[in-house]
Structures are given as structure tokens and as C-alpha cells.
Design a protein around this ligand. Structure first.
Ligand code: ADP
Ligand code: MG
Length: 697
């Protein structure tokens, strides 16, 4: 009998899968037997044994058998029903916070019960909160399951029972059919990994002696085997995208070194070595007839804007267009000013495009973009509205990329494709705060990576203190002296409570009023998301020019804002923010040559996690170290922002947990792509449902 390929057998061949079940399965991406085999349990339950109460460990999920001693309603912080049961080894409390009188009545002393649930050991007592309870007819232990029970991720209307029955049949198919092994035999041996068929089989029907702890944490070789294959597929996809992009055509840019030197000479400072190095890397890309796709990483304040400008300069000089897109209007405005200062003396026209502009001004801007009169376009996401039509757009720079969704970035690039000659623009993506290197190399493997690892000379590290809001008076004193004695300026930042802009705006307004009362001699401004763009600009300009001493703001000032004389920042409720956001905010000070300070004014009590974050902020100013810590504290999904956007990067792999696998994956990717192109295609098809999904364009 020839062996059957299980990816080609429909789940409808299984007993119990009619049209209805088939449709539900298909909704969660399962149509073939192979798909079903890849639908692995999210956890397992061990109901194969009874644990003596005395042996129960905190946090463990366990099954006990005992007799009810008594049951009482207890009034603690919360009212609860506590039923004491005993076995030969000890006493256990079953605690119910929600219960009916019928439930209370069922707890009859002398009744035998079997309970399954999570153990909590607090103080001297051992308890289970809301366990599953079975009331037994007599005092002999009933028949137990003879294996671990898998719990499947499911969708409405599909029961665990259904999964158990159909997966059992699917696993049997593994005897006569096959799921194609895509990893080379040698590699499996070298890494001591089981075959794919074995891994799938065991994960659906694990033996009793398997370490559930390792399975659940993902450290078990069975999971590692799948994670490895998945990472491999993801890297192959990235490589594929990268090569595909390299095969596109782009406008090759002439780099006129004279023009560039002139530009650099009129700057009030010298470029850092790191800036020079990445500019070279970018120039080498721009002269190619295929599009650049480069990620520029660098810490806050390392001077990425200037690198962007120097990349755009030769493009504009050649009579072509370059656009830089910023995530907020404030930042776009500010870039607009810098770029006008830099480029207009050279006779290069710069326009600013944001969504809220006067009709006439907007029309003129759009016209000059379309005619090609404007060479440098600075804007927010407004630059990819339908109405904008570019004229020979040849370079797209995306500033603070983590704030743009993948979709937004793609729209811009699609739009930028010059359909008259099929040229794709060069692309430079800049991050706001660093991403750990391993993570960047994996998640953005389709991009080339440039790193600025040095700050301009003379920057003083920002001294950060963590202080309770009970000491608000001291903070006010500190502000008074910074402004009146030292002539410095101050940011007062109110943080987000929820995802809405309303609440922090209100908080900022309140803080503003309060500070006005307490600091009567100082001029205070206010900026938040509810203000009109013109008002925002007014406040920002007044702060920049030094008219205002204090700027009360929400996190709208998070990115890019550059006022070198501001050297003190107070962040209210910093415990609400993530590390990279705090680091980004703090980067608004320490931009001049004077010592700068940041006060993280928290509201007690702090969670353990928040304490850890604030501690990290106090200890270091290095964005790359902070990025590593952030990854450890929050995990890869959060750091890459994929969790918020709902994109799922991986099913089994976890970039943090599986970091040690990454070098191995990378070692093998090129050889598989080159020597086994067919396997590469199959791996991509198996794991990356839509090839584009993982693209970070
Ligand atoms: P970021 O990388 O965070 O975007 P910016 O581009 O906003 O940083 O630069 C921060 C500040 O440093 C700006 O005021 C900029 O003019 C200044 N700057 C940039 N490069 C240098 C340099 N080589 N030497 C001194 N100052 C510089
Ligand atoms: Mg910047």
C-alpha cells in the first residue's frame, strides 16, 4: 500500500466530522488531517493518580480523594464557603467565593469526594479554589484515567470531547500515512530532535512519565523541535522576501560627495564615527539599481534625523523625491523646521504635509508634490492618503517605525511604486528605541541592519531618581530652583491611564492648574492630544524659544521632541509605562551639555514588575541594555509590538525562550535555501500561511 500524504486527506474522512464540524474546524484553519495533527493541546491534565494531601505543592494542579469534615461560610476580605476535607495524610480547604445554597447543602460531613484543581499553600493552610468536585457514592477510589488528558484550544461549538475523538483517529493515520519530514535527518540527529511524526504523536498522546513542566514551559525537546522548524520557516520567509525585493528595480542614486561635504561642513558639529559609518552603508545601497531595505537602529538622541537628511540629500539633488514619515504631528512639524533649515539654503524645496492643514495650504502642498516641485516631503501618515500623488518618489524614510503598523508601512510602499517605470523606492526604517540585536535580526531579517552605537560627544548621562508622590513638595522645590536659579526648562509628563487620549488630557489639565497655583513665578504651558494642531504648535514653539519654563504634557511629547535647554523631567505615574516608552520619554532631556535629571514620581504601591522597571531606569541610560531588560520582563511579542496589533508572530516558537536556537537556525537557513529550495518552499507553506504576514515592510 502506498503511503498517504496527510496534508491531502480531508478531516471529513474522520468519524464524527460532518459538514457542521468541518466548517467549524475550517474556521480555525483545520481542513486536512495534517492540520489537525498540528493543532496541539494547550495544556494537559493528569487525572491518572491521586495525590496525598500532605504532598501537595503550591501552584501544582492535582487530584485528591477525601472525606468531608465540615463546611462553613467564612467572612474574610471576601465572603466564601470553606469545606474541609481530609485524607489519611492531612486536611485540605476547598474554597468557593461564588456558591449557591444547594452547593453548601451538598457538602455533607462524611461524604466522599474527588477534587481536581490548583493547589494554593498560604500560611499553614492548603487549599484549592473552585476545584472540580465529584461526589462519590462510596468510599473506594473510583477508576482513574490511564493517561494524561489533552486540553485543546477550541472555538465555540467544538467540544473537547470532539477533539479527543477526532485527534485519536488522526494520530492513528500516522501509522499508514505521513506528514512530510522537512528537516534533514542529519540535523535532527545533531540536535537530538525527534522526527516530526514522533513529536506530533507524543504531544497528542503524551506518556505519563513526561515532564509536563517542560512541555508547558516549552523547554521540552518535543516543543523545541517544532519551534525550531517554525523559526526556520520564518527565517526562510524573510530571506525569500529579501531576495524578492532585491530582484526589484529601483532608481540608482548618484552620490555627489562634494554636495554632501558642503552640507556637513555647515553643521555646527561634526558627525560621530557611527553616523559616518551608517551613512556609508546607506550610500552603498542607494547607488544600487535595486531597492534598499534597511533598518537603522540607534539609541535616543544619537542623531538619526541627520542620517535621514543626509540620505535624502543626494536623492533631492538628483531631482527626485524623498519622503520622511513621522508618527506624530509634533514630530513632523519639528522635522519640517529642521529640514527646511538644512535644505532650503541649497535651493531644495521642502514641504510639510499633516492631516489638519488649511484647505488652501494643503492644496498648494499637494500640487507641489504632484508637480515634482517639492523634493523633500515631511509628514505624518497623511503622506499616504489617496489624494497624495508623488512624482518620482525614490526614497522613503520611516521614523520611529515601531509606532506604524505593518499595514501602514506597506500602503506607503505600494503607493510609492512608480508604475510608469516599475521602480520601487529605496526604504530606510528607523527605530525609536533599540530592539535587542537577536530580536532585530530575527523579526526584521528581511531588512539589512545598521546600528549607531555612539552618542554625540559631551552628552552627560541623565541622572534618574525614583521618588514617591508623597514627596511632591520636594519635587516642586526642585523645579523652582532649576528654573529660577539655573535658568533651565522642565517637562512635566502625565501618563496614560487607558488607551484613550481623554483621560490623560484631563490629568494634564489638572496637573497644569495645580502647578500654576504652586509655582506662581513660572510660566507654564500645556500640551496634550485634545489640543488643535495650531495650539500644539504654539505651545511647542513657546517652550522651544524659552518663553515657557515648564511644559506640562501627555506622552504626546514622547518621540523626537528636541529642546536642548530642557534638563529636568518629571514623569508622573511612571509605573504605568513600559521600559522603552520611559526611555524614549527620558530622552527628551539630556540633549544639551548640561547635567540633566529625571524624576520618576510613582504612586505606591508598586507591583513587582513596575519596581523592576523603575530600577532598570535608575541604573542605566543605555537603550540597548534597557531593550534587553525589556525583553526579559515583557517577552518578545510585547517588545516587537505584535501583541498589540494582534499579529501572531509564532505558534510554538518564542523569541525570548528560544534565543539559543536562533544561531543554529540562522546557520542552516542559507544552506537549505540554496541546496534544498523545494524544502524551503514547503517549509514556508506549512508554517507561514500567508507569506506576506511576517513581512515588516
Ligand atoms: P534621534 O536619534 O533620537 O532621532 P536626533 O536626530 O533628534 O536623535 O538628534 C538629537 C540631537 O542631537 C539633535 O539636536 C541633533 O541636532 C543633535 N546631533 C545630531 N548629530 C550630532 C552630532 N554628531 N554631534 C552633536 N549633536 C548632534
Ligand atoms: Mg528621532
Amino acid at each position: 500500500m502506498t503511503s498517504m500524504k496527510l496534508s491531502q486527506i480531508s478531516v471529513e474522512t474522520l468519524k464524527g466530522v460532518g459538514a457542521k464540524v468541518a466548517e467549524k474546524l475550517s474556521n480555525i484553519g483545520i481542513t486536512s488531517i495534517e492540520d489537525l495533527l498540528f493543532h496541539l493541546p494547550s495544556r494537559y491534565q493528569d487525572r491518572s493518580r491521586i495525590h496525598p494531601i500532605i504532598d501537595l505543592l503550591h501552584g501544582q494542579t492535582a487530584q485528591v480523594f477525601g472525606v468531608i469534615e465540615n463546611a462553613n461560610i467564612v467572612f474574610g476580605k471576601k465572603r466564601s464557603l470553606v469545606c474541609k476535607i481530609s485524607d489519611e495524610s492531612g486536611l485540605l480547604d476547598i474554597r468557593l467565593f461564588f456558591f449557591s445554597m444547594a452547593q453548601k447543602k451538598a457538602f455533607i460531613p462524611g461524604q466522599y469526594v474527588q477534587c481536581y484543581g490548583q493547589v494554593s499553600r498560604a500560611g499553614r493552610g492548603i487549599s484549592m479554589i473552585h476545584p472540580e468536585i465529584k461526589y462519590l457514592k462510596n468510599q473506594s477510589i473510583p477508576k482513574l484515567e490511564n493517561g494524561l488528558q489533552a486540553v485543546y484550544p477550541t472555538t465555540q461549538g467544538l467540544h473537547q470531547k470532539t477533539f479527543h475523538s477526532i485527534v485519536k483517529q488522526a494520530v492513528q493515520y500516522l501509522d499508514t500515512g505521513y506528514v512530510k519530514e522537512l528537516l534533514p535527518e542529519k540535523l535532527l540527529q545533531k540536535l537530538n530532535f525527534p522526527s516530526l511524526a514522533k513529536a506530533l504523536h507524543l504531544l497528542h498522546q503524551p506518556p505519563l512519565n513526561i515532564s509536563l513542566e517542560d512541555i508547558h514551559s516549552g523547554e521540552h525537546p518535543l516543543i523545541q523541535r517544532l519551534a525550531f522548524e517554525e523559526l526556520m520557516a520564518q527565517q526562510l520567509t524573510m530571506l525569500h522576501l529579501k531576495l524578492a525585493r532585491k530582484s526589484l528595480k529601483a532608481q540608482s542614486i548618484d552620490i555627489n560627495q562634494n554636495v554632501i561635504s558642503q552640507f556637513i561642513q555647515q553643521l555646527p558639529f561634526q558627525l560621530t564615527n557611527a553616523q559616518n559609518k551608517v551613512i556609508k552603508e546607506i550610500q552603498n545601497d542607494l547607488i544600487q539599481p535595486s531597492p534598499m531595505s534597511r533598518l537603522l537602529q540607534g539609541d535616543v538622541g544619537c542623531g538619526k534625523t541627520l542620517v535621514a537628511a543626509l540620505s535624502m540629500l543626494p536623492v533631492a539633488k538628483q531631482g527626485l523625491q524623498a519622503v520622511i514619515m513621522a508618527p506624530t504631528e509634533i514630530l513632523a512639524e519639528q522635522h519640517g523646521i529642521s529640514f527646511k533649515n538644512w535644505f532650503e539654503p541649497l535651493g531644495i524645496k521642502v514641504v510639510l504635509l499633516v492631516s489638519k492643514m488649511k484647505i488652501k495650504e494643503q492644496r498648494e502642498t499637494l500640487e507641489s508634490i504632484e508637480s515634482g516641485d517639492a523634493k523633500i516631503i515631511v509628514g505624518t501618515h497623511a503622506v499616504f492618503q489617496k489624494r497624495v500623488s508623488f512624482n518620482q518618489l525614490s526614497l522613503v524614510v520611516i521614523d520611529e517605525q515601531h509606532r506604524f503598523g505593518v499595514e501602514q508601512r506597506k500602503t506607503l510602499l505600494d503607493k510609492a511604486l512608480d508604475s510608469s517605470n516599475n521602480l520601487t523606492p529605496h526604504q530606510l526604517v528607523m527605530t525609536a528605541t533599540p530592539i535587542p540585536r537577536t530580536l532585530a535580526q530575527t523579526a526584521y531579517a528581511d531588512l539589512d541592519l545598521s546600528i549607531i552605537d555612539e552618542l554625540p560627544p559631551g552628552r552627560k548621562p541623565i541622572e534618574t531618581s525614583v521618588i514617591s508622590d508623597l514627596n511632591r513638595e520636594k519635587v516642586i522645590e526642585r523645579i523652582r530652583s532649576a528654573c529660577l536659579k539655573d535658568n533651565r526648562q522642565v517637562y512635566w509628563v502625565c501618563t496614560l491611564i487607558e488607551e484613550s487620549e481623554e483621560i490623560p488630557s484631563q490629568a494634564a489639565e489638572n496637573a497644569f492648574e495645580l502647578l500654576k497655583e504652586q509655582l506662581t513665578k513660572l510660566k507654564i504651558g500645556l500640551i496634550h492630544g485634545r489640543l488643535k494642531p495650531a495650539e500644539k504648535k504654539l505651545q511647542m514653539d513657546a517652550f522651544k524659544s524659552g518663553e515657557l519654563d515648564i511644559l506640562v504634557a501627555t506622552t504626546v511629547i514622547e518621540v523626537g521632541v528636541d529642546v536642548p535647554n530642557a534638563s529636568l523631567m518629571i514623569i508622573e505615574n511612571p509605573e504605568r509605562l513600559g521600559l522603552s516608552q520611559l526611555h524614549q520619554l527620558r530622552g527628551r532631556v539630556g540633549r544639551g551639555d548640561k547635567a540633566s535629571f529625571c524624576l520618576l514620581m510613582y504612586h505606591a504601591p508598586l507591583s513587582k514588575n513596575a519596581k523592576q522597571r523603575l530600577q532598570v531606569m535608575r541604573e542605566t541610560n543605555d537603550g540597548f541594555i534597557i531593550a534587553e531588560k525589556d525583553l526579559e520582563i515583557r517577552g518578545a511579542g510585547e517588545v516587537l509590538g505584535t501583541r498589540q496589533t494582534g499579529e501572531m508572530l509564532f505558534r510554538f516558537a518564542d523569541l525570548l525562550r528560544d534565543r539559543k536556537l536562533l544561531p543554529l537556525v540562522q546557520q542552516n537557513v542559507t544552506s537549505i535555501a540554496e541546496n534544498h529550495p523545494q524544502i524551503a518552499v514547503e517549509l514556508r507553506k506549512r508554517w507561514v500561511k500567508t507569506g506576506e504576514q511576517l513581512s515588516h515592510v
